[in-house]
Design a protein around this ligand. Sequence first.
Ligand SMILES: [Zn+2]
Length: 221
Amino acid sequence: MNIVLLGSPGSGKSFVGGKLENEYGLMHISTGNLLRKNDTLLKAHNIDLSNGDLVSDELVFTLLKEHIKNNPANGYILDGIPRTIEQAIDLEKFFDVDTVLFLNVTDNTVISRLMNRYVCKDCGKLKPADEPAEIKVCNLCGGELVKRTDDNYDIIKHRIEVFKNHNEPLKQYYTVQHKLNTVNANLKPDTVYKKVQKIIGAVKSNDNKNRKGRPVHEVCR
Ligand SMILES: [Zn+2]
């Protein structure tokens, strides 16, 4: 099963993605980790992310195809791809989107979450949303948890606006395809994930029914 995750920064995409990965044997691919893991390829294209260099759609898609080919899984969760309708159309040429989860949060939720979030200074991993506040070290490498410099009020407001501008057309695009599932993601992480499980369960049972007698096409499933 292939899932597209939509949601603003702070909507809980990495939490939900991680849970889905463990429960269903899917692979969570975010644009960020895709780029970080493909350092050599970026260097070959003279792109230095720490300089703020932008990566073209074409290159992101090349990396994504390679990554899928080299990492077989029961399915993939895309986070940060597609960002535009053009990308959504291009994606369909090699990737079957079974369902789309939109983690819907209010501006206030995003602001309060991002102002209070921590990342590992050493490995960059986000502190899990369900981890108690008193924990001050990374659960992966033991590194110190710090605030991100771009998690301040003005930058957050700006990121919310940028997200909305990109997301509205995509939401409409996937609504027309009957693939969009909107989840109230203002709730506690575990409650949000329970809602997600229900949606995935329904998609899976529908999928099994529909697949009988339907030609199987060879896309990344
Ligand atoms: Zn760490």
